[in-house]
Design a protein around this ligand. Structure first.
Ligand code: ADP
Ligand code: MG
Length: 401
């Protein structure tokens, strides 16, 4: 069912109201506390801007890092407030706490359209424990709630789930709305042919998504470290490649399920193998039947890239989660980069391209084609859980449209 969003709120519901917005400002910083990537801050701007335009008093909240329930000077949100005020072109008041009088005093001085940022909610252990009393304190300084933190929507924390019990309406922000539009829609109302490309290191971390996508997809392309578990299950020699011995039966049953459901399951036919796990390892391209003893597969080979490209060419929607190889090493990045370029070429031709997963998104950004894709998910774990068909507590708790 569709969730009510910030765009559904009338001006009267918002003007002059204190709106608590949970955003995901968990941005990377260098040793000097300089933000090295502000993508997540920018992703929250449309919701913030819309609330400012409607005359809200915008109270932003977020976590940063893993302070484990204690104040940690290196995990304060002050650099985020500075960056935000540059992006919004207006001052953003930094609160010294996320609950209590420190917040109430700031709010008392706010005018309509003003913005303040609460301190890191994870400075309290009660946040991750989803403590009701803490959620009530967070809610005490606000009238209504907007959740725009897609990256933490799969966690039931006080600021993502608990707080909805004390604030009404509780609605989705524009970022969460966009994430759902793409990710949920892709599997609920598939545009066919629908292809999923699944990679990454382990089968075990992608079982759920493979099983769900087998029910939805027309084609399933598998790359990354997990292919060797499939090969070993077929009886091939995989050398020193990554194999999950306890997932061999599962790999067999996934192949059988694909056959039964008529899903075209594509595994690479050639791989690039290395003599050790290192950026400067010796490398050679071999067919999957000829992986030498002592070597490990770290990327898909050029023939596989061609086969994958051909399979994707007629697809109306492609979901990609997990790199095709160890793209962090330049020598083993070609397969991942080729797939990124392929999707970038398909997008303007009308294919909906959706990239989910932290490392896949990093790969697409490294190649420089992120702007071209239809949707780059801002939540690694959250997008995976959504594609697995799981209920995300931070979204489930919001009002229905
Ligand atoms: P995502 O974050 O996009 O969901 P994962 O976290 O599942 O992706 O997997 C990404 C990791 O998988 C990368 O660090 C990459 O180096 C690793 N990987 C890919 N192919 C292989 C391989 N053949 N052997 C070992 N590791 C691999
Ligand atoms: Mg990852």
């Amino acid at each position: 069912m569709a969730k009510k969003t910030v765009a559904n709120l009338t001006d009267a519901e918002v003007a002059g109201k204190r709106v608590l917005v949970r955003a995901d400002f968990n941005v990377p910083q260098d040793d000097q506390g300089t933000i090295t990537d502000d993508t997540r801050i920018r992703a929250a701007l449309p919701t913030i801007q819309m609330l400012m335009d409607k005359g809200a008093k915008v109270l932003l909240s977020s976590h940063m890092g893993r302070p484990k329930g204690k104040v940690n000077e290196t995990m304060r949100l002050t650099p985020v407030a500075t960056r935000l005020s540059e992006l919004l072109g207006k001052p953003v008041t930094m609160c010294s706490d996320c609950i209590g009088d420190a917040v109430a005093n700031v709010v008392a001085g706010m005018g309509n359209g003003d913005v303040a940022l609460l301190e890191n909610v994870r400075f309290y252990a009660e946040e991750e424990a989803n403590d009701p009393a803490f959620a009530e304190k967070l809610a005490a300084n606000a009238d209504l709630y907007v959740n725009d933190a897609f990256g933490t929507a799969h966690r039931a924390h006080a600021s993502t789930e608990g707080v909805t019990k004390y604030l009404s309406p509780s609605v989705a922000g524009l970022l969460i709305e966009k994430e759902l539009d793409y990710l949920q829609n892709a599997i609920d109302n598939p545009q066919r042919p629908l292809a999923a490309i699944i990679g990454g290191s382990k089968v075990s971390s992608k079982i759920g998504v493979i099983e769900t996508l087998l029910e939805k997809c027309d084609k399933l392309l598998i790359g990354g470290g997990m292919v060797f578990t499939f090969y070993k299950a077929r009886g091939l020699n995989v050398g020193k490649s990554l194999v999950e011995e306890d997932k061999l039966e599962l790999a067999k049953s996934l192949e059988a399920a694909a056959k039964e459901k008529g899903v075209e399951l594509l595994l690479p036919t050639d791989v690039i193998v290395a003599d050790n796990f290192a950026p400067d390892a010796n490398a050679q391209t071999v067919s999957v039947e000829n992986i030498p003893d002592g070597w490990m597969g770290l990327d898909i080979g050029p023939d596989s890239v061609k086969t994958f490209q051909a399979a994707l060419a007629d697809c109306k929607c492609v979901i990609w989660n997990g790199p095709m190889g160890v793209f962090e090493f330049d020598k083993f990045a070609a397969g991942t980069e080729a797939i990124a370029h392929t999707l970038a070429e398909l997008t303007p031709k009308g294919t909906v391209t959706i990239i989910g997963g932290g490392d896949s998104v990093a790969a697409v950004e490294k190649v420089g084609v992120a702007e071209t894709m239809s949707h780059i998910s801002t939540g690694g774990g959250a997008s995976l859980e959504l594609l697995e068909g799981k209920v995300l507590p931070g979204i489930a708790a919001l009002d229905e449209a």
